[in-house]
Write a protein that binds this ligand. Structure first.
Ligand code: 9PG
Length: 583
């Protein structure tokens, strides 16, 4: 295996608007390239590196890379494509067969920016994985390659069909997103480590355990059962419906009772309610607390509409678009009536605002904050402090929220770039949205190339299996809500049950998201089964191995999840054939 020799072959430097510069890496490990200086130190199973600007003027850097030649390969090169943020696609790809979604004709700039660290289109035939990957050549042993941190910058692996030598190569990229490195400044980059072994999921578990420890991951939250208003009510939630469910919740084993999107007068205006909520947020939190549950609330702290109160009060909260100096577009969402824009998390006043929002919600009694659309400050744009990388912009925002929310509030990341969030968050959505249908709804808009990200329970299934190794290593996994109802849904009972058991076998959070008035004894029994399974797997993950997706490198749509001496076997094309048994 090329990595056993441990020598990167070349380095590459990408600067905005310029062609990538590539040079061989000299034996001493220091090289002046593209106006910067790279130092590379190869040790046993890891590379440490740093980048410096030796010149008299600041330089803007998009990315620096270490490139390894894989040599002549026999048999297919299989590569885990681990997605950038909660909703990004995840699954094995085969070099020369599969394609990066960004290369699909008509792929949209904003969509690429939302789902990848680097919004640019991937190279021809190139496959990408963010943060970590597993590679297997032919029937050789799997090799995990992963970054050691992500707070300072994102890390992307690029597997290319043929480098200058005509053989495949793997690049490890520190993505700096145009950050300005000052004259004379040196920045340490996150190291890259690798390990070969017999089992891909075991290698991923070991990598995640090390990454989580180094990044002080918050992994101690209790097993969590809850209710969330989104997947039945969507933005149509009203206070009456919320309270009706709360009154029915007496019968249910919920720790958390969470209000989702739809209570706010405008996206960005998180401390007030709209006309469908006659009470204020203090009263809502008090009602939930009086029912003996932890009050939870959703917010998308880093986005806002132009008419949101905090933006009207201080328009400089919004990052600017570098091309036309308007506000920086972060999402076009019909449910919100259109466009929302990203906040500038490099600006002290904006961080103070975020801290204030989190503190106010925590003081109102919300012990659980679902923080959504967190990718926004990682989008390209003009920010007050141009020295920050996209990962640092996200991190600054998350840390402000943690300061405001305090140590005891459970923070759930969603739509969140994964690496930089290790440390500030307690829980993480690790897949795309479920839906009351197994496949995407027929009228669903699918951005060209990105069918794997749109709401569908089958899409959520894939990421729940592929990312199962992150549970209790990087955070507590949130595979997304159960879909228990059998009316008002396009899911068959088999599909709902297959998804429910996958959630249980993941050991992750078990959230119900139905109108409780629609649920009967069957649904209660299924939840009970999920929770019992979930607690068993979660306990096992705390003490021993994380849940394992045994066929993570075999199938684009994995079928097997093993944990705590149990195995769930289900072909996502035939959820009715599901089997759960002792492994
Ligand atoms: C609330 C929802 C729920 C859900 C989240 C997130 O691309 N989009 O327009 C888009 C809309 C909604 C969405 C993801 C993407 O879902 O995952 O649980 O909280 O927001 O709006």
């Amino acid at each position: 295996m090329p990595f056993s020799s441990g020598r990167p072959l070349a380095v590459e430097v990408c600067r905005p608007g310029e062609a990538t510069v590539r040079l061989p890496l000299p034996a001493g490990g220091a090289v002046a390239v593209g106006g910067v200086e790279l130092r590379v130190a190869v040790a046993d199973q890891r590379v440490g590196w740093s980048v410096a600007n030796p010149g008299p003027a600041p330089v803007s850097l998009d990315a620096v890379r270490l490139v390894v030649d894989l040599g002549t390969t026999t048999g297919p090169v299989r590569f885990l494509q681990h997605g950038h943020q909660s909703w990004s696609p995840c699954g094995v790809g085969v070099l020369g067969v599969d394609r990066d979604p960004s290369t699909t004709p008509g792929s949209i700039d904003l969509v690429r920016g939302i789902y990848h660290a680097d919004p640019a289109v991937a190279g021809p035939g190139e496959l990408r994985s963010e943060l970590v990957t597993v590679l297997r050549v032919g029937d050789g042993h799997p090799l995990v390659v992963g970054f050691e941190g992500a707070a300072g910058h994102d890390g992307t692996f690029r597997l290319r069909p043929a480098g200058p030598a005509g053989t495949p190569e793997l690049a490890a990229e520190a993505f700096l997103g145009g950050a300005v490195v000052g004259a004379g400044e040196r920045r340490d980059l996150h190291g890259v480590e690798w390990e070969e072994g017999a089992s891909a999921p075991a290698l991923l578990d070991t990598w995640a355990a090390r990454f989580g420890e180094a990044g002080r991951a918050r992994v101690a939250a209790p097993y969590l059962v809850g209710w969330c208003s989104w997947y039945h009510y969507f933005t149509g939630i009203t206070e009456a419906a919320f309270r009706d469910n709360l009154s029915r919740a007496v019968e249910w084993p919920f720790d958390v009772f969470q209000l989702d999107d739809g209570y706010q007068p405008a996206v960005g205006d998180w401390l007030r309610t709209n006309d469908d909520f006659p009470s204020d947020l203090d009263a809502i939190a008090s009602a939930v607390a009086a029912a003996g549950r932890t009050p939870g609330i959703w917010l998308a702290p880093f986005v806002a509409t132009l008419d949101a109160a905090p933006v009207l009060a201080d328009p400089a909260h919004l990052a600017r678009d570098a091309r036309h100096d308007g506000p920086n577009l972060a999402m076009v969402n019909p449910a919100w009536g259109g466009s929302v824009y990203g906040l500038d998390t490099t600006r002290p006043e904006t961080l103070a605002h975020l801290e204030h929002v989190a503190r106010t919600l925590a003081d109102a009694g919300f012990g659980y904050l679902k923080l959504d659309f967190l990718y926004a400050p990682t989008l390209p744009g003009r920010y007050a402090d141009p020295s920050r990388t996209p990962a640092q912009r996200l991190r600054l925002g998350l840390e402000a929220i943690r300061r405001g929310a305090g140590d005891d509030t459970f923070l759930l990341g969603c739509g969140c770039p994964l690496g930089p969030a290790v440390g500030p968050v307690d829980g993480m959505r690790i897949g795309p949205d479920v839906a009351p249908s197994w496949l995407p709804a027929a009228d669903q808009f699918i951005p060209p190339g990105y069918d794997a990200v749109v709401p569908s329970t089958r899409n959520a299934w894939r990421s729940a299996l592929v990312r199962s190794f992150q549970h209790r290593r990087l955070w507590v996994n949130d595979p997304d809500c159960l879909m228990l109802r059998t009316t008002d849904t396009a899911l068959t009972r088999d599909e709902a049950r297959a998804w429910a058991l996958a959630v249980g076998m993941s050991g992750g959070m078990a959230l119900v998201s139905d109108d409780l008035a629609l649920l009967g004894a069957d649904a209660e029994a299924l939840l009970e089964e999920v929770v019992e399974l979930g607690r068993t797997v979660d306990d096992a993950a705390r003490l021993g191995p994380a849940p394992r997706c045994d066929d993570v490198l075999e199938h684009a749509w994995p079928r097997r999840l093993s944990a705590a001496g149990l195995t769930l076997d289900a072909d996502p094309d035939h959820p009715e054939r599901l089997r759960l048994g002792r492994s």
